[in-house]
Design a protein around this ligand. Structure first.
Ligand code: AHM
Ligand code: MG
Length: 352
């Protein structure tokens, strides 16, 4: 009877986090952060669902620091996330795709962590009701910034603020946690704390995320490649050769690959996690460093894919090993099944 009863009590994200902190009390602060992230994602999910009804589609009329036109929902989702994270009391600094510079969190009781996020990735798809997503990553704050943060001396605070803002510039392999939430036919939140990947589906009947994809593993090899192929004439030769071989069945598996591309990184990577294969946005002549931002897009998604047994690469090295020097720095990205990424990298090896 007990097991039947347990079968009717799904593991919600809140319960999942409670059980983690019971085993590891140190992660209690992370529990508070994830509670805020999940609340923000539920709010953004509801806004996305009603965007067409509430006149939330279309442009805000502003451009962000990267010269991109902001959608109304980009701006709202950014505010929702900032507000949710601010009142956890655990965060010292946040950096966002929609903010020119990292921001200090005034409400921090103890600035143990730093958060980076892209509030609404793929927002150019919103007006067509196509999938979008939120991406986030959490780093540790340095001990020095934690302790000095609440100094009474203004000089100490000012010097500390500048230094601590730079704490957002950490490589992906320093991430403590990362996740994405996909707003599609289902709202799915996928999370890692560096010990595996778990996916939770929002049950709209009770407005709770429920564990539906425990211990996600990406297949070692897939049959799908995913990219904006209109850029093919602008790619470097290794990427062009690789895709040509996949199309002709001349790759290592000698099978012809299929192609899928939503144009929202979260949706394309989510499919790749489930079905395998490769998603990529390479450098090209108009995007010499690629299009995807390292800190709050590429690094968190790479952490998730690697934690699920896949690989991330710039073509020559793991994305997790790159130390960012600026907040909005871009990087060429290849993510997916480990054998597919290894095959792609073989095209970048210098020929003798
Ligand atoms: P965004 O953060 O401004 O939405 O841009 C990132 C998005 C990714 O989700 C997606 O993979 C890529 O841009 C699509 O770019 P393109 O339209 O050039 O294919
Ligand atoms: Mg984005």
């Amino acid at each position: 009877r007990a097991s039947v009863a347990r079968g009717h009590a799904p593991t919600t994200l809140s319960r999942f986090m409670l059980e983690r902190t019971r085993d590891d009390p140190e992660s209690r602060d992370l529990e508070a952060l994830i509670a805020s992230v999940q609340m923000a994602c539920k709010t953004i999910s509801a806004l996305v669902l009603r965007a067409g009804l509430e006149e939330l589609t279309g442009l805000q009329g502003e451009t962000n620091v990267q010269g991109e036109e902001q959608k109304k929902l980009d701006v709202i989702a950014n505010q929702v996330l900032k507000d949710a994270l601010r009142y956890t009391g655990r965060l010292g600094v946040v950096a966002s795709e929609e903010e020119a510079l990292p921001l200090l969190v005034d409400e921090a009781l103890d600035s143990r962590y730093v958060a980076v996020f892209d509030p609404l990735d793929g927002s150019s798809n919103i007006d067509a009701s196509i999938a979008t997503g939120t991406i986030f990553g959490i780093f540790r704050q340095t001990e020095e910034c934690r302790l000095n943060y609440r100094s009474d001396e203004k000089d100490v605070l000012d010097a500390n603020a500048t230094k601590c803002l730079l704490n957002t510039l950490q490589p992906g392999d320093s991430l403590v946690a990362a996740g994405y939430c996909m707003y599609s036919s289902s709202t799915i939140l996928v999370l890692t704390f560096g010990d595996g990947v778990h996916g939770f589906t929002l049950d709209s009947a009770v407005n709770e995320f429920v564990l539906t994809h425990p211990r996600m593993r990406i297949p070692d090899r897939g049959k799908i490649y995913s990219c904006n192929e209109a850029n093919e004439p602008l790619w470097d030769a290794p990427v062009r050769d690789y895709v040509r071989d996949l199309k002709l069945g001349r790759g290592q598996t000698a099978t012809r690959y299929s192609s899928r591309y939503v144009g929202s990184m979260v949706a394309d990577v989510h499919r790749t996690l489930l079905h395998g294969g490769l998603w990529f946005y390479p450098a090209d002549t108009t995007h010499p460093s690629g299009k995807i931002r390292l800190l709050y897009e590429a690094a968190p998604m790479s952490f998730i894919v690697e934690q699920a047994g896949g690989r991330s690469s710039t073509g020559t090295r793991s994305i997790l090993s790159i130390h960012p020097t600026t907040v909005h720095q871009r990087v060429a990205v290849f993510l997916g099944s480990k054998d597919d990424v290894a095959e792609l990298e073989s095209y970048f090896l210098p020929t003798i």
